[in-house]
Design a protein around this ligand. Structure first.
Ligand code: PMP
Ligand code: GLN
Length: 384
């Protein structure tokens, strides 16, 4: 008999990031699609990794992460968010933020459990939920501010609601949760068994003096949360695929059962290096300012095009509306710009289970000024 697979993800194709990056390469386009910096990372940090390798720190570290790194992370979140986290029982180092989120879903979901998410949503969430037998309940964010419609959330919560996944600063829109959002979330989960999965990979990429409202600040929310982070975003090394999850010990105990037989332990030399480098707080505390300058530089260049910016308060990303410029669908327009203008972007409709097309594209501005200049010059030429 011929082998066959009954797909666990029958409706899933290749992620939009891979599709658009491949198209960018094919057409020699500037890639403002997939989110990654094109500038160099800190040389001291790469030097620390080399040192760790040369000193022989190349074997398995503890399955939950190098103890010194977890200690330093506990100090970091205490400094940043005023929380007391036990590095032994409440932090697990993971191969990236996506893995932390996936593992959190695998830890809690039983078939038929519902998870509320806000769309546009980072594209791994729905498949992560569905592969674990869960049902993704998408609630559209309110265009054009992409605010959460809390009334809709209240209507959707029921006895099957197992979790709500939030993401602040938000990919792809750059919106951030406000104190009022936190109050709404509090009132909804109070007296329920609902978990919160909090995707905070852009915690330090926040602009205009806004504060990052981490779940770690609120003991009543933290007690039900998996808070997921990524070093890739903090230190300009997305390819390192290293992150961590923070959760209360009894929840973390179950998370670790899943983690130990999937990944077991992560790349060790980078953990030694990060444990050392984390003590230099300004390296991450100044990140928001650094990226805000890039956002502003990009926005000022883009004024020369007919595309209209939407607000971005955080992340690597800036949305632009092309309403009135083209009637093409977002996907078609993104492909056309890649092929004909030589600039790759991401269609925001790719972040919906049932695509909504508002005629907006996502641009990644975490690039050298020269890259942004070449890209915008190409757009100006194309539109004129
Ligand atoms: N969540 C969001 C919203 C992201 O944009 C990313 C970036 N890839 C991740 C999670 C995952 O990060 P990592 O590369 O560490 O898995
Ligand atoms: N997080 C990045 C983005 O949103 C890319 C991640 C990926 O390629 N999977 O563009």
């Amino acid at each position: 008999m011929k082998h066959s697979i009954q797909s666990k993800l029958p409706n899933v194709g290749t992620t939009i990031f891979t599709v658009m990056s491949a198209l960018a390469t094919k057409h020699n386009a500037i890639n403002l699609g997939q989110g990654f910096p094109d500038f160099a990372m800190n040389e001291k940090l790469t030097g620390l990794v080399s040192e760790a390798m040369k000193s022989g720190n190349n074997q398995y570290v503890h399955m939950c992460g190098l103890p010194l790194l977890r200690e330093r992370l506990a100090e970091k979140v205490n400094h940043d968010y005023g929380c007391n986290i036990n590095p032994d029982s409440e932090i697990t180092v993971t191969p990236g933020g996506t893995y932390a989120i996936y593992t959190a879903f695998t830890t809690i979901l039983q078939p038929g459990d519902e998870v509320i998410l806000f769309e546009p949503a980072y594209d791994s969430y729905v498949p992560n939920i569905e592969i674990n037998g869960g049902v993704a309940i998408g609630i559209p964010l309110l265009y054009p501010d992409y605010a959460i419609d809390w009334k809709r959330v209240k209507e959707k919560v029921n006895s099957k609601t197992k979790a709500i996944i939030i993401n602040t600063p938000h990919n792809p829109t750059g919106s951030v949760l406000s104190a009022e959002d936190i109050e709404q979330l509090r009132s909804i989960v109070k007296d329920t068994g609902i978990f919160i999965i909090s995707d905070e990979v852009y915690e330090h990429l926040i602009f205009d003096q806004k504060e990052h409202l981490s779940m770690l600040r609120y003991p009543d929310l933290l007690e039900r949360s998996f808070v997921c982070f990524s070093f890739g975003k903090v230190y300009h090394c997305t390819g390192w695929k290293l992150g961590y999850c923070i959760a209360p010990s009894e929840i973390m105990k179950e998370f670790r059962k899943v983690h130990q037989f999937n990944c077991f332990t992560c790349h060790s030399p980078t953990q030694y290096a990060l444990a050392e480098f984390l003590t230099e707080k300004n390296q991450y505390l100044e990140l928001g300012f650094f990226l805000q300058q890039k956002r502003d530089f990009f926005q000022s260049l883009m004024q020369q095009t007919r595309l209209k910016p939407l607000p971005s308060f955080g992340s690597y990303f800036q949305l632009y509306s092309y309403e009135g410029v083209s009637d093409d669908s977002e996907k078609d327009f993104a492909i056309k710009l890649t092929q004909e203008a030589g600039v790759a972007t991401i269609p925001v409709s790719a972040f919906y289970k049932n695509p909504i097309d508002n005629k907006v594209l996502r641009f990644c501005f975490a690039k050298k000024e020269a890259t942004l200049e070449v890209a915008v010059n190409r757009l100006i030429k194309y539109f004129n």
